[in-house]
Design a protein around this ligand. Sequence first.
Ligand code: HEM
Ligand SMILES: [Ca+2]
Ligand SMILES: [Ca+2]
Length: 300
Amino acid sequence: ELQLNYYAESCPNAEETIKQQVIKLYNKHGNTAVSWVRNLFHDCMVKSCDASLLLRRVKGMESEQESDRSFGMRNFKYINTIKEAVEKECPMTVSCADIVALSARDGILMLGGPRIEMRSGRKDSKQSYLTEVQNAIPNHNDTIDLVLARFQSIGIDTPGAVALLGAHSVGRVHCVNLVHRLYPTVDPTLDPEHAEYLKRRCPTPDPDPKAVLYSRNDLETPMILDNMFYKNLLKHKGLLMVDQQLTSHPLTSPLVEKMAADNGYFLDQFARAVLLLSENNPLNEDQGEIRKDCRYVNLV
Ligand code: HEM
Ligand SMILES: [Ca+2]
Ligand SMILES: [Ca+2]
């Protein structure tokens, strides 16, 4: 059962320690905060907010991190930094799943997003679910109907889904995920001038997936979680197909207009949807454990 400040008795400083680590990491590597936001989506969409995303490949089990859908995910090593600080305070007490959730909450705040009251008490999975990832996480060129259905399946409505994609108001997209909109011909839903800019960022149609060619998602406020994402979409400057399609689907286009016009409305919807996402299907006591090392299940 999730509750506010779940560790009040067992580890009173847990949430503060996580927050201090998130701040410290943000000051050293600002993009860690961006990663914590993406981690929440990729963990919670796949089965449960259970840190299944954090497990590494071992003999007999593959890792969700190896999925194509996880392309570009970074900063996993700093989750260990947070976990180590918490372990020092209270060994074997605070779950990695709560670290995923609470670091996202604190990361959102560092990126100028809303303050979100999140509950804690999640348990960690004993498995990673590589084959589930592509059923749960949409692809960059999937349809809006599919995207809305995926979010609906975990209880997130259309305004919530549109707001969650506003996370693409920060961070980057690698060329492999956008060259199909530039070559051989420019996608007509892309602003021609922006397309020229993107071609300079991604000069060839077949980028080496190992090369770190990318473009920032939002050139105006790249490190702030704000409604600039929607303003950019209205100017046909969305990088991903799914993002740009939000402006042409009848269910989502009015919401894009509304969020572009009203940052407060966007932030409210974003906060509400992040909370729903963060509470997807938590494991109970017998289903999960408190991992010692977020990368591996505990030895029995
Ligand atoms: C239909 C749903 C979504 C799709 C198809 C999608 C797809 C993608 C893709 C392809 C990238 C670029 C990866 C790269 O090339 O490096 C990306 C980045 C990102 N996504 Fe999403 N995403 C979706 C929803 C979300 C949601 C709901 C969140 C969080 C609430 C989120 C947070 C992020 C963040 C923060 C980044 C930037 C990561 C970085 O710069 O390291 N995404 N997403
Ligand atoms: Ca999961
Ligand atoms: Ca922004």
